[in-house]
Design a binder for this molecule. Structure first.
Ligand code: FPP
Length: 260
């Protein structure tokens, strides 16, 4: 286990300043960890199982990871559960994934709520069936008072679509005379993103050995530390999570400045 410290900057400060979290003297714990959960299909294929078995095990890994994040004092966790490109998968796999999401929303909310987890969803939720959209809204509503862990699940999410939508919204505000184009600086533009009010990720982990961001949090990842692990998502556990936090603690974050 790494030395556990409070996030280097109080989470509220990070949100207010909209700046990434700076390193502290003790081993810093990232305030915000984001994860690209990859490798469910390969996990299943290596066992001769259908892909859905990998996704089911992947949902178990999500549960473990939420517990690890809470135990390690991480305040924000964002997971990439379904990309806007995933709609191109065969219909049967989409049915499996949305079915899993439906069950997750029904079965986990009480436990998440009990553990002080606040849920948010980013992405184009209107592409999901109305019953799922209603469950997403209910989960957000019922957990909105929780403060221990902010869990954001990216669903039907694509960073380019998010940035384009933010640009459209900002342009509409300018056209309506509500925003001076000269005032559209970075902090203001961030307010139009799905992640408005969320600190940028300090650490992004991708499992399965692939080394790319795949249209995930492209704006927000500007100063994130990236860790790529050779473990398939369904096998991801607390020891991988704590090892990634320890590796994060060894990185020097300069945000473009020079080291001390
Ligand atoms: C990537 O693996 C994973 C996904 C596209 C789905 C992620 C879903 C889960 C982890 C489970 C559901 C989560 C919730 C919150 C209910 P892949 O299928 O692309 O794997 P491969 O690259 O090995 O084929």
């Amino acid at each position: 286990m790494p030395v556990i410290a409070q996030p280097a900057v109080a989470v509220t400060d990070a949100v207010e300043s909209r700046r990434p979290v700076a390193a502290s003297v003790s081993t810093p714990v990232p305030a915000h960890v984001a994860i690209i959960m990859d490798g469910n299909g390969r996990w299943a294929a290596s066992r001769g199982l259908p892909r859905v078995a990998g996704h089911r095990e992947g949902a178990q890994a999500v549960r473990r990871t939420v517990e690890s994040a809470i135990r390690n004092g991480v305040g924000w966790l964002t997971i990439y559960a379904f990309s806007s490109e995933n709609w191109r998968r065969p219909h049967s796999e989409i049915v499996d994934l949305t079915g899993l999401l439906r069950r997750y929303l029904k079965s986990e909310i009480r436990e998440l709520d009990k553990n002080g987890v606040r849920l948010r969803f980013i992405g184009d939720r209107q592409r999901f069936d109305p019953d799922i959209q209603a469950d997403l809204a209910k989960a957000e509503r019922e957990t909105q008072g929780n403060k221990r862990l902010n869990l954001t699940i990216a669903l039907s999410y694509g960073a380019r679509a998010e940035i384009a939508a933010a640009a459209r919204a900002a342009a509409a505000a300018v056209k309506a005379g509500q925003l001076d184009p000269a005032a559209l600086v970075e902090d203001v533009f961030e307010g139009f993103l799905h992640t408005a009010g969320t600190p940028d990720p300090d650490l992004i982990i991708r499992t399965s050995g692939e080394k790319r961001l795949s249209n995930f949090l492209l704006w927000q990842a500007a100063y994130a530390e990236l860790i790529f692990l050779d473990v398939l998502w369904p096998d991801f556990n607390d020891s991988h999570f704590t090892a990634a936090l320890a590796e994060f603690g060894r990185r020097e974050r300069r945000f473009g400045a020079r080291s001390a």
